[in-house]
Design a protein around this ligand. Structure first.
Ligand code: UT7
Length: 332
């Protein structure tokens, strides 16, 4: 039996920073309100000519270099994104494979919003365990600034740009393996978080022609409540299924949407502060990039050691959700 192991992590954040003070000039908001209601102080914004694939490539290069795996052994790339370089095609994953000069790899995008990285991880795990692939590069990359309405104070204060990537590879050693991944969805709540225009659902609508057609819209308060409920339930279920106590989790890495959501979930699960990874303050919500960027922060601060158990927990548009029990298993 082959198992799937997370070998390495990498991330990238664009150099330009958008502060709360700058947003306060653009919309009717304040640094105080944003920090109190979200915990966000700043977010990174990609340059005009910097695409989602460029950020994905920067993160992937770091993850590949750290993995100890030859680039020509990568046989699949999965890119999770809601802000692809191009609408419909080509996929951002194929562009990433070209920019990385990886030939003949299976490459495709998935759309699971902020749960994208956990979904991509589950796909990598399934392909590796079935024996179809050996070394999979997964990328969560977002240029959310391209689909953000900077006249809407309910959303523009939240989102930022960035990318994270990980190399997942086959192992026979069960102690290195990803333990379990749970994913789910409920389309009944599709209207809580969506880009309502621009797709085939509005192809004959004049709105689809407008520049703003792909802007995100969110019912923030309702989303908040479902997020807390779903993220907590997710964790309880995956821990119970695998007979693991929350005290055994070294790093709880939740989707970084709002500090209050993370605190509410952490409190409900009785997690200690030192277990909970927080990056929302400096990156805001980067959707599918949020979890790998957060793991990378722990890694780069020297606090992610081989064998340590991470619990990933995500929630996003769709609605989608997912959790994963993942030991950090670099090649020895
Ligand atoms: O990543 C996918 C999942 N996404 C999420 O989980 C996001 C979930 N939602 C949230 O994080 C929060 O709902 C927000 C941060 C978006 C909003 O915070 P809230 O505490 O839920 O505020 P609210 O929407 O209930 O609005 C409260 C008040 C309203 O004013 P009134 O009606 O009470 O006079 C809003 O108009 O705050 C006002 N408001 C703002 N005021 C200053 C909303 N946005 C802003 C703002 N600055 N940026």
């Amino acid at each position: 039996m082959m198992y799937a192991a997370l070998r390495s992590i990498g991330a990238y954040a664009p150099s330009k920073i958008l502060t709360n003070e700058e947003l306060s000039v653009m919309v009717d908001t304040s640094d105080e309100w944003i920090i109190k209601r979200t915990g966000i102080k700043e977010r990174h914004i990609a340059a005009k000519d910097e695409f989602t694939s460029d950020m994905g490539v920067s993160a992937a290069n770091i993850a590949l270099d750290r993995s100890g795996i030859n680039r020509d052994e990568i046989d699949m790339i999965v890119c999770a994104t809601i802000s692809p370089d191009y609408f419909c095609m080509p996929s951002t994953a194929t562009i990433i494979s070209h920019k990385l000069d990886l030939k003949n790899v299976t490459a495709f995008d998935i759309s699971a919003a902020c749960t994208g990285f956990v979904y991509a991880l589950s796909i990598a795990k399934a392909f590796i365990e079935s024996g179809m692939k050996k070394n999979v590069l997964i990328v969560g990359a977002e240029k959310l600034s391209a689909i953000t309405d900077y006249t809407d104070r309910g959303t523009c204060i939240l989102f930022g740009d960035g990318a994270g990537a990980a190399v997942i590879s086959a192992t026979k050693d069960k102690s290195e393996a990803i333990i379990d991944i749970h994913t789910g969805s409920d389309g009944e709540y599709a209207d809580l978080l969506m880009t309502p225009n621009g797709g085939s659902g509005s192809a004959h609508d004049s709105l689809a022609q407008e520049a703003s057609s792909c802007f995100m819209q969110m019912k923030g308060n309702e989303t908040f409540k479902v997020a807390v409920r779903t993220l907590t339930k997710d964790v309880e279920e995956i821990l119970e299924t695998n007979n693991i106590d929350s005290s055994e989790i070294k790093h709880f890495v939740p989707h970084q949407a709002n500090l209050r959501i993370i605190k509410a979930v952490g409190d409900a699960l009785k997690l200690k502060d030192e277990q909970v990874v927080l990056t929302v303050e400096k990156y805001g919500n980067t959707s599918s990039a949020s979890i790998p960027m957060a793991i990378n922060d722990v890694y780069e601060s020297g606090n992610l050691k081989a064998g340590e158990l991470m619990l990933l927990d995500a929630f996003g548009g769709g609605l989608t959700w997912g959790s994963a029990l993942v030991p950090f298993s670099p090649l020895k």
